[in-house]
Structure formats: C-alpha cells, structure tokens
Design a binder for this molecule. Sequence first.
Ligand code: SME
Length: 353
Amino acid sequence: MNWEDVIKRAFALINGEDDTIACYANISSLIHESAGYWWTGFYRVDKASNQLVLGPFQGPVACTRIPFGRGVCGTAWKEERVIIVPDVEKFPGHIACSSLSRSEVVLPIRERGEIIGVLDIDSKNLDEFSEEDAAALERICVMLGCRVRPEIVDYVEGSIIPRYDAFDKGHQRDHAKYVISQSMRLASFYDVDPELVYVAAAFHDTGLCEDRKTHHLVSGRIIRADEKLKEWFSPAQIEIIANAAEDHRASSDHEPRGMYSRIVAEADRQIIPDVVIRRTVQYGMAHYPELDREGHWQRTLEHMHEKYAEGGYLKLWVPQSPNAERLAALRQIIKDEAALRKLFDAFYEEENL
Ligand code: SME
C-alpha cells in the first residue's frame, strides 16, 4: 500500500471542506478504493444514547448502532485505543455485520481530546492489517479530528516549511513535517487548539536562519513579528505559539510552559535506545580523553542511571508519545547490565577504529 499517496490525498480532501459528514464520506471512499477493503466507514458517538451511530461508509449494509463497550468498535471507544483484530472469530463480542469479514481494525477519532467517532475497516482476508497500516490510518484520523483552516495550511506549506531548505541536513523540510505530524497526533489527546499546535510545530526551528545556539528564542521572535499570524490569532494565542517554539528544547532545567510547549518539545525528540547509548559513549570520549575503557564504562553507566533509569531526571512531556515505549525498552537494557555492557563495548570499539 502506498500510504503516503493516500495520506496526501486525504489531506487535500479534509483541508478543503469544513463539513464533517462530507469529509467522512470522501475519506471512506478514498481508503476503500485505494486498498480494496471489504467495508470501510465511520461510526459517530451519540452522547444521548451512549452509542455509536453509523456514519458514511463503503461496502455492504452494516449495523446502525453499537453500544459503548460492545464489539470491536465499542471496545476501541471505551478503551480509547486503536484495536487490530487479526481474526474476528477470536475477538470476544465481535459484532458480525457480514459473515465474510475475517479481520478488522478500529481507530478512535479525537476532537480536543474527546473521542467523537471511530474509523472501522473490515477485510475478507485474515490478518489484513499491520501496525504500519494502523499508523497511516491514525494519521488520517488525526487530520479529521484536528482541523486547521485551509488558509493557515496554505501559508505554512507555501511560506514557512520552505524556509527549512536553508538549514542543515538534520533540519530540512522532512524534519518540519515530521514534527508537525507528531505534534498533531499528540495534540489529539488533549483539549488544545490544533491550529496553535500546528503553527508552533511549523515555526519551531525557523530561528535557525540566524543562529543555532539560540534558535528557539529566535523562532519565538519570528512568530511574534509575523504579520500573517496576526490576521488569524489573538495576541494571547500568538504568545502561546511563541512560547511553544521557545520551549521546544525543553530540559529538566527548562521545563516547558504548558501543554502546547510540552507537545512540541516531545514531538521534536526521538528517544531511541541505541542512539542514546552511542551518543553517551561518544560524548564521554570527546570530553574525557583521560579516561580508559573502564573509566568510560563507569561514566556511561552513571549517566544512564542518572538520566534514563526509573527515577532518573529525564521527563516525558507527553505520555502518549512513542518515546514512552522506547524509554521503557531503554530501561530494560539499563537494568540488564550485561546487555548494556555489550552495547557499550560495541560503540566504544567503533569509536576507536
Ligand atoms: N465488527 C464491528 C461492527 C461494525 S461492522 O463490522 C461494519 C464491531 O465488532 O464493532
């Protein structure tokens, strides 16, 4: 599946239209036609009855109402999570709208932190849906629940993201787009204005045009001086956006100020166990040339415990970040000293080549 293409088309469809039903209708068709699924559609939360009510869909006739906690859809709503069902017969309580359906994926759609509906997809094949499929579909659900005015998107895409062309290899357009999409995903879990998150993420590194060391502060200045933003946002909103950009390099000494700052700061970092350990070894070798191998090992061990182990000073700003899982994996390695030593030795030897 070429999800990138589908995501681009979904983005264009959702951007141009405010009406939720119209968006659901076209998105169900887009996904259904692109992937050739058996049933693709939406259920919307009806608060009065505490049920999911059938929305726009493609495929055979389906049940119209699903109570909270029932079936795969009602469970995804109740447990507030994406559910992949490789074999529907093994999912207790699965509601069979069609006996031909063999596997299923259900994703919640969140608006300002609240679940307003689900995207449900059924396949005639067993085990149709991978984690990668779910991640792509989740991006579409985030777009549906976190809407940004098209004129703001046009401005960001046409005038802000291109500024990253002038920056270093690690801060090109793909970085801006990555931080935007991660920020929007994290924003979906909270009662925050998605437009403010979107703009803060888009501008967060624009200060690199002046200076690397203080670029976060320069980004804040650029935001406050931007004439276009003044057309769309109040001074208080612009201040929130500027603060979030200024705080994107947050640390335990400089904690992010508020949810917008936390979201952008968390979206901007990737805690990857191997990378963290390698960098620690590299840093030690560059800054403490007097240490021998055992000295470097001790320093690595101490740093890992101080910063990353349970109770260490590193803080996750937003628990729904993929960094949470990666940090847990890193903690497992730290607990298993032999495993950590093995990685240390490999990276140490790499540096001494
Ligand atoms: N299988 C779903 C019900 C909806 S249909 O399959 C379209 C469920 O168990 O929630």
